[in-house]
Design a protein. Sequence first.
Length: 404
Amino acid sequence: MSGLPKSIQTLKINRNRLTDISGVIPLVNLQYLDICNNAISSFKDGGALNKLKVLHAENNKLKSCQFFQFMRGLEKLNLRGNRLEQLIFSDSTQLDNLEILDVSYNRIGHLESIERLTELRVLNLEHNDLYSISVKKQMVKLKALYLSFNRLTVLNGSFFPHLRTLQADDNHISRLLFMKSIPKLSEISLRNQCCQLADFDLQSLAGVQTLLLAGNILQRMHTLVDFGALEYLELCSTQLENLPCDFSQQAPNITVLCVGHNHLYSIKPLRKLRKLKKLVMVNNRLKRVNDLVKNLRSMKALRYLDFRDNPITFRYYPTSMPDSGSRKHPCQCTVQTQSTDWCEKVDEYLQTIPPIWLERRHTYRAVLLKACSNLAVMDGIPVSSEERSLAHTIVFRNCQQHQA
């Protein structure tokens, strides 16, 4: 890299088989450096780049962060996909301006001394071997923490009092500690914890707007109290048998609810969710059309409704469940919007069913469309203006036949 002017401020040298940064050190005016996808194992003398603000060193062979501690101008550091086993910062660290640190896809097992990064706002530790977090001082500036795909068993909220986003999917977490210490927490994701039975204190999360718990064994939800801030709730594949009777009173502002792949047999606890726009109840135990219609009538804001793979939709559609060889993560089966593939699959399927079942299918969709006049998508299929008009005719005809 000889011959580069020392005045250069931005340099991108990714995918160049570099093994060291000796050629970069003289460029003391650098503010942005991208050296991703090389073979660099050391950042020795990197402290000379004291004007560097952004460093992308993804997919290299770095085993230690000690050389980065003296790069006092850094605001964003990306060490994703290296060979880090420890994340230790000494008392003499000069990373006083670092706001974003990404060390995902490494081999870090224990987190300590991270509190010495006093200005840190975003920390990504996903896809490591993290089994414990030891923080001696609260990280008051940290707003977003990503811990998914690790080996954590306990989550302690007292270390991070000002978090807004916390994602810790695919761990072994069975206990939540001091979550009320994070009063401004807006989003928490705890999907797919590898536990026999999740014993989460959900009441400690009463102030969140987004709560994602898919893939955990809950079976029953205890009464929720004062979840007025909650807007997005995901409880797919949790073996839920029922929801609290006062669910809609305690969480009245939910706009998206995903409770697919459970054992629910009624939507009665949802009947007063007047702001609900999206309801996904794929693969439950819903059987009675009258129960659905009666409770859906009050959900005037509903735009997306999915009851596929329930007894009530038996023979109306092909199965929407993925093949056993390609089964998706629980949270990936929850809020799928309509797709061309699904619509084509339905069209092919409808050519094979007897006329009596085709008529029953039309009636089923018509009565639900009549109950929810603003539906745009039902069971993964867009509602056309023609179907909406036909629904009135079908419902009127059925009423006349019933009276006769």
